[in-house]
Design a protein around this ligand. Structure first.
Ligand SMILES: [Zn+2]
Length: 395
């Protein structure tokens, strides 16, 4: 890793130099299972590891299949690998029936019937029979949590994702955007599939319950989480913070810290590697909050960052940026945010729906953008981003 003097002497030529892929470049959030055929392209990609997200019913087992095909990562193994993530995205959260503390089945007639489920979680309350009947039978939350748990127990480095909150999205309706649209046989079902968006959104309280259940599971199993948050920054923070309420770290002054040191189990380590505190206890305890959270394609303000980074917050937060979402057009806000994220908390991602060259290109683009904004040389930046990704995944 370069030192400060090295970082200051970088030149324009250096930014135009080839990306030092050999130092290890990692994609913190992507969706290659949306295009199953792209699996075979991973072996020839320049990006060393992909963190692949599940989102819905159709892709949980595909993520497992991809992980089986390429092998799981080990912190000490520098080979090419995949990190699988399992979980339900807010765009599909209406398909989940929160069966905790209730009896009966959402498929039975009566108060838990399919139509009454969708009437209770969609807003405005839907009444079109066509639309209601086009929706899948809701799945009980307890069963989904059991599936996620089983995957996480099987894959020791797996995380929970993609989960989150989204106030802006509307679920697809029954009409096609373009009557000529032909379903792409290569793409995994369950996505938008050329449909026009309906006017229906998923109730925020329902989204919150689904998110909280998955965050609690991550805390129980001490796994990191990849979180999606759109048009709901305050609610995302409130929801995440509710998991660590009553578990805040006591904020002590440097003097108090020094005085306490002889009895401190981490003495000598904590000042240099503050984020490693969390992982030291990772295997021995469960908490209602996850040890580490990545806010993916982070679109909050520089000001909101401070809430997450407050020393009393017991979760180690990371902020990930993509060319697609954060830098799709010139964005001064994203530049400000990237500048404000501490150097050891920033990650990069493609968020792309297929593995291959396009994914490498997006990753290269965002690595270069981050290096330029941060004033890092490419070598320094790639090394720093790689170290950050390893901390996020492995603790
Ligand atoms: Zn995503």
């Amino acid at each position: 890793m370069s030192d400060m003097t090295d970082r200051k002497t970088k030149s324009v030529e250096e930014y135009e130099a080839p990306l030092p892929w050999h130092l290890g470049v990692y994609d913190a959030h992507c969706h290659p299972t949306d295009t199953v055929a792209s699996l075979e392209k991973i072996a020839t990609m320049k990006t060393k590891a992909l963190t692949i997200m599940a989102t819905r019913d159709q892709d949980q087992s595909l993520v497992a299949q991809f992980a089986n095909a390429l092998g799981q990562a080990k912190p000490e193994d520098p080979g090419r690998f995949l990190i699988p993530a399992f979980g339900w995205h807010p765009w599909f959260s209406h398909q989940i029936w929160d069966d905790r503390g209730t009896t009966g089945s959402p498929t039975a007639e009566g108060p838990h019937g399919k139509e009454s489920h969708y009437r209770s979680v969609l807003t405005p309350v839907p009444d079109e029979a066509d639309f209601l009947s086009s929706l899948p039978e809701p799945r009980p939350l307890s069963a989904l949590l059991q599936d996620i748990r089983a995957h996480l127990e099987h894959y020791q480095t797996a995380l929970i994702g993609e989960v989150g909150l989204d106030r802006a999205f509307r679920i697809p309706g029954t009409e096609l955007l373009d009557e000529e649209y032909e379903k792409d046989p290569a793409s995994t079902p369950g996505g938008r599939e050329g449909r026009r968006l309906s006017r229906y959104r998923v109730d925020m309280n329902h989204q919150r319950s689904i998110l909280l259940a998955q965050l609690n599971l991550a805390g129980e199993l001490q796994r990191p989480v990849s979180v999606h948050g759109v048009a709901a920054h305050g609610t995302v923070y409130e929801t995440l913070a509710s998991t660590w309420r009553g578990h805040e770290r006591s904020v002590v002054s440097r003097r108090q810290k020094k005085d306490a040191r002889p009895n401190h189990p981490l003495s000598g380590e904590d000042e240099e590697f503050p984020s490693s505190k969390v992982s030291v206890f990772a295997v021995t305890r469960s908490t209602p909050y996850p040890p580490r959270i990545c806010l993916h394609s982070y679109s909050g303000t520089a000001g909101t960052l401070k809430q997450y980074l407050h020393p009393s917050v017991p979760v180690d937060f990371y902020f990930s940026f993509s060319s697609l979402v954060n830098f799709s057009s010139r964005s001064d806000k994203a530049v400000e945010v990237v500048k404000s994220v501490p150097d050891d908390k920033i990650l990069v991602e493609s968020d792309l729906h297929a593995a291959g060259d396009a994914m490498d290109e997006l990753i290269e683009k965002i690595v270069r953008t981050v290096c330029r904004i941060k004033g890092w040389s490419l070598d320094h930046g790639v090394t720093q981003l790689g170290a950050n990704w390893k901390h996020f995944i492995f603790g």
